[in-house]
Ligand binder design. Structure first.
Ligand SMILES: *Cc1c(COP(=O)(O)O)cnc(C)c1O
Length: 367
């Protein structure tokens, strides 16, 4: 069968390998498998959220509240904006797809860093939009600006702050200086999936969505419940923007795009601030172990503002091989070869998981 030509340019997204796959392929007992591949919360989910989900289970015969009033109000309060500034998606992934579809097409391009969240490119290519990337892997505002001026018809720019899968993060001041140089007619998306981690490590990285959208009406801020809040399996994310951008995004939204239980879970997760705080504090304490390990073993790592750390290897080491050896030991991490990077991305786990990973990694390096 012949499908739309655009599809030929698309590499199917490969998520972190699920635990079940490793059980099947290598016959390892599930309790011996650790998954440090998808930046999930190592402490799981707040018990309060579990309670909310079970309490509301019997209401699922009804369609969800499509106004999503409660979660919007809670997020509006958190960010000091109004409900009208909010759109809720099935993961922030869905909001990314809305944004791309309102500002990119066969004639209008998407601009992004060379190595960043893979879905920007995939959604763009689905609709036949061209993707322009910087020469540098990490976000480089001078290169982005240069390309923006040079290449015609850029409709949308993505900045992932901090960046997945590399972990680096631009300073807010530099981002705002960059935004001043961008035309009002270009939508700039700030993907803040890991902002709560970054802000905890360094205030200079903090992007306040209210200040952002009030200063630059051509911007869209994205947040998600999948990482620090531990709700990856519920699929809830959101966008914050001014009225004009919001109106456009809402035209792309399918009805009832977020489930009843997901909306309730997100609301409860938002209230359990302690759980998120514990997650973030443990994250950077544990990350230090990875950094010390890298220094001791002379491995390069990227200074990370997220809940993962990226190691890059010299040519004598092969990331795919290393990932495969670890997989056979029941440790799932992310091989970055498909991103054009000879390196691995490891989600910071619980103290026990991290010890196990570092021990296994040490063996890989010394044999
Ligand atoms: C995880 C992630 C998202 C979105 O996750 P959802 O589960 O769809 O909310 C978006 N951007 C980046 C950079 C991410 O890492």
């Amino acid at each position: 069968m012949q499908f739309n030509k655009e599809l030929e340019q698309i590499k199917t997204y490969e998520g972190g390998k699920p635990i079940e796959m490793v059980v099947r392929e290598f016959g390892i007992d599930p309790k011996d498998i650790i998954k440090l591949a998808s930046n999930e919360n190592p402490f799981g989910v707040s018990p309060k959220v579990v309670e909310t989900i079970s309490k509301n289970a019997s209401s699922v015969y009804m369609y969800p509240d499509d106004s999503m009033k409660d979660i919007k109000e809670a997020l509006a309060k958190k960010y000091q904006v109004t409900s009208k500034n909010l759109i809720i998606g099935a993961g922030s992934d869905e909001v990314i797809s809305f944004a791309i579809r309102v500002k990119a097409n066969k004639h209008k391009k998407l601009l992004m860093a060379k190595t960043t969240f893979a879905m920007y490119e995939i959604y763009a290519k689905q609709i036949g939009a061209k993707v322009i990337k910087t020469p540098s892997h990490q976000h480089n505002l001078a290169e982005l600006l240069h390309l923006y001026k040079k290449v015609k018809d850029i409709g949308i720019i993505f900045l992932c702050l901090p960046n997945n899968p590399l972990g680096e993060c631009l300073d807010k001041e530099d981002v705002f200086d960059f935004l001043k140089k961008i035309d009002n007619n270009t939508l700039v998306v700030i993907d803040g999936a890991y902002q709560d981690f970054a802000q905890n490590k360094d205030e200079k990285k903090k992007i306040d969505p209210k200040e952002l959208i009030e200063t630059f009406p051509n911007t869209l801020y994205l947040g998600t419940f999948s990482k620090s809040y531990g709700l990856g399996g519920m699929r809830v994310g959101y966008g914050i923007a001014g009225e004009e951008v919001m109106d456009a995004l809402y035209k792309m939204r399918p009805p009832f795009n977020v489930t009843t239980l997901s909306l309730k879970a997100a609301l409860t997760a938002l209230e359990d601030k302690e759980f998120v705080e514990k997650t973030i504090n443990s994250n950077f304490k544990e990350m230090k172990k990875y950094e010390d390990f890298a220094k001791e073993n002379k491995i390069t790592f990227i200074d990370s503002y997220t809940n993962f750390i990226t190691f890059t290897f010299k040519q004598t080491m092969n990331a795919t091989n290393i990932a495969q050896i670890l997989l056979k030991k029941g440790i799932i991490i992310r091989d970055l070869t498909s991103y054009g990077v000879n390196g691995i991305r490891v989600t910071i786990g619980t103290p026990e998981q991290n010890s196990r990973f570092l021990e296994a990694f040490k063996k890989v390096l010394t044999t």
